[in-house]
Design a protein around this ligand. Structure first.
Ligand code: 8YV
Length: 343
């Protein structure tokens, strides 16, 4: 039996700790509404520093760089009742453990869908049209011999087949864009989408990922990271892809067996990858950086949702979630453990 930590409805402003720097307008609004503490240095807290900094706080405004695991949750001060994640994904939080501790968790879905989908298209085009390679030529003085019919030939996107893994909000937004770019759509998703949407997108559903992999020229990942989706693009599954296919990832690095991906590209068993996310905490794999230098891979530093508009709207949603919670209401974007969410 879980005892939820309820907000103390008091006349005083709730105390919030914001772990990373947010746009000025968001911090100003938070400072008006709450007794807010910010992190001007913008460096992620260590677990010990976070626990210490939270003393007396009601709300933790977290983001993806805070690892809120079962151990940290067990050490949180009793005063903390709400974890308001500044982000769509919440794989950095042990949702089960938070729920069991009576904590409410919220996130900021929807407002970064379109920007993230734009970035997926940007990456999808960047690889075959050699955008990064081409853009690097002119700044090196004297390196452009001038136009010629065989200069910088890439490959056409139109007419290719795109496989989407995870046809949720972001996957569907990518699919809509991809259709207008002339791509044929296939998808694999935990839940099959309604026939009307499949018809509108002209999208073919696959019951298994294995079934889809050999059919696509580009694979784009749009599924959240969970226990079930960790390394969903495994070594064995990568082997099922066509040798001239490419992988796009704007979701989470852990969805892909990165070692296997690198080896497949190095061994010419896959044409390349465009990655906004990759393992970096222990240092980026030097083989991946070398592939980026030789333009087999395009790497962007986790910037798919990085627009000012998205960050302002995310801030707004965090504020709404906190306000609803401290006023004793169910916050609009509550995240529940899988089992509870489905019940
Ligand atoms: C955000 C993201 O920038 O929201 C997400 O899930 O992956 C990002 O694009 C980041 O998480 C902000 O905390």
């Amino acid at each position: 039996m879980v005892t939820e930590r309820h907000p103390r409805v008091t006349a005083t402003r709730p105390k919030i700790l914001v772990t990373r720097r947010l746009p000025e307008a968001v911090e100003q609004r938070m400072a008006t509404l709450f007794e807010a503490r910010f992190n001007p240095a913008d460096a992620p807290y260590s677990a010990d520093a976070l626990v210490a900094a939270l003393a007396g706080s009601d709300v933790l405004v977290s983001s993806i760089t805070d690892r809120i695991d079962v151990d940290l949750i067990s050490r949180l001060p009793e005063s903390v009742k709400l974890i308001a994640q500044f982000g769509n994904g919440f794989d950095n939080i042990d949702i089960e453990a938070a729920y069991a501790a009576g904590l409410t968790v919220t996130n900021t879905p929807s407002v970064l869908t379109e920007d993230t989908a734009d970035m997926a298209m940007l990456l999808m085009l960047a690889l075959p049209r050699r955008l990064v390679e081409g853009a690097a030529v002119l700044p090196r003085e004297g390196s452009w011999p001038g136009w010629s019919p065989t200069w910088m030939l890439g490959r056409r996107l139109r007419g290719k087949t795109l496989g989407i893994v995870g046809m949720g909000r972001i996957g569907s937004a990518v699919a809509a864009r991809a259709k207008t770019f002339g791509l044929t759509l296939h998808y694999f998703s935990r839940n099959r989408r309604p026939p009307a949407l499949e018809e509108k997108l002209d999208a073919t559903y696959h019951e298994t990922l294995e079934d889809m992999l050999g059919a696509v020229d580009i694979l784009s990942l749009h599924t959240p990271l969970t226990r079930d989706t960790h390394h969903i693009l495994s070594r064995a599954r990568l082997r099922l892809m066509k040798p001239d296919a490419a992988v796009v990832n704007v979701s989470r690095p852990e969805l892909i067996d990165e070692d296997a991906l690198i080896e497949a590209i190095e061994g010419q068993r896959l044409s390349g990858a465009a990655l906004d996310v990759f393992e970096y905490l222990g240092g980026i794999d030097p083989r991946l950086l070398e592939l980026a230098r030789t333009h087999r891979v395009v790497l962007t530093p986790h910037m798919a949702s990085a627009t000012l508009e998205a960050r302002l709207e995310m801030g707004d949603i965090v504020i709404v979630n906190i306000r609803a919670f401290v006023d004793g209401h169910q916050p609009p974007h509550r995240v529940l453990p899988e089992t509870r969410a489905r019940a």
